[in-house]
Design a protein. Structure first.
Length: 175
């Protein structure tokens, strides 16, 4: 997060990047699993979202942000926010879920309503078996079938352990 209202924000960015560079950490716009930074297998490429604060105070924040990006050599996705008014803050969560490829899956006990307060989080491409293992290791081992409610299936559709779950799916796991 940068505070565009601070006169020395560019210097702070440069200093932070130098500290990270000394530790072989590079901030990147995307997750890249290839070996980077001259082939150093211990270098870390850290996917980063730049959150620019003071949308409520700086009249032409996009101009200030462009200058900051250029001077700080920042080529990162950015969300402009105001910590004071809350403007833009609601965009951070959806952005992170979409770009980190996180899927939220809810569970339910047969005959009861789903628990919508505590989702299991898995990466995109995870299966019903992966979620079963998170619920309990024994449940994954004794898995028989699951019923699913979601956008990619009809309500209560029976699926097997290899079915790929999607964000918002509700699973009823049977052992």
């Amino acid at each position: 997060m940068i505070d565009l209202g601070q006169p020395g924000c560019v210097e702070q960015i440069v200093a932070a990047r130098e500290i990270l560079s000394d530790r072989r950490i590079t901030l990147t716009a995307t997750w890249d699993r290839t070996i980077a930074d001259g082939g150093d297998p211990f270098a870390i490429r850290l996917p980063t979202l730049l959150v620019a604060n003071k949308a409520d105070v700086i009249p032409d924040i996009e101009v200030d942000l462009d200058v900051c990006r250029e001077l700080g050599d920042l080529h990162l996705p950015t969300i402009v926010v105001s910590a004071e008014t809350g403007e833009g803050l609601d965009a951070i969560g959806p952005w992170l879920f979409r770009n980190l490829e996180i899927v939220r899956v809810y569970t339910k006990v047969p005959g009861r309503e789903p628990d919508m307060d505590r989702p299991y989080t898995v990466f995109s491409g995870a299966t019903v078996e992966d979620v079963s293992r998170l619920v309990h290791r024994d449940l994954a081992e004794s898995f028989h079938h699951a019923r699913i409610w979601g956008r990619a299936s009809y309500d209560g559709q029976q699926v097997g352990r290899e079915h790929v779950v999607e964000d918002g799916d509700i699973l009823e796991i049977h052992a």
